[in-house]
Design a protein around this ligand. Structure first.
Ligand code: ZN
Length: 128
């Protein structure tokens, strides 16, 4: 149709891929799916993305989330152990600790993840 036949993709935080059509339409498509633009009928096939690149990225994102969940769990368990072994007062410190964590650490963590997602690769797709 035109020389503007290639469009890029960006990977979002989750498993979905942002597909931008030449005509400006945007849709979020699962990897391996084909999306047909409702406006111009171009078909975009996300399986043109190399599987190892896509899944490598997903694996990376998932590991980030598991790490933070594991850390939170570790802190929670540590406080429970302290509460049983040392003093029940630690139970009351737990919400304070998590509150502080949530306010101080999580925004930084989210920001880092956002920057990572933004730096994620983009791929050129050809309409089919
Ligand atoms: Zn379109």
């Amino acid at each position: 149709m035109s020389t503007l036949s290639e469009r890029r993709l960006a990977v979002m935080k989750g498993a979905r891929i942002t597909v931008k059509c030449d005509c400006g339409e945007i849709n979020y498509v699962d990897y391996g799916e084909i999306w047909q633009c409702p406006k111009c009928r171009r078909r975009w096939n996300t399986s043109q993305i190399p599987a190892e690149e896509y899944w490598g990225l997903m694996h990376d994102m998932r590991r980030e989330r598991y790490t933070i969940m594991g850390a939170a769990l570790g802190v929670g368990v540590a406080f429970l152990v302290l509460a049983f072994a040392v003093s029940e007062a630690f139970i009351f410190l737990l919400p304070v600790t998590f509150g502080g964590w949530y306010l101080m650490y999580m925004p930084r963590w989210r920001k880092r993840l956002r920057m990572k997602a933004r730096a994620a690769p983009t791929w050129e797709l050809r309409p089919e």
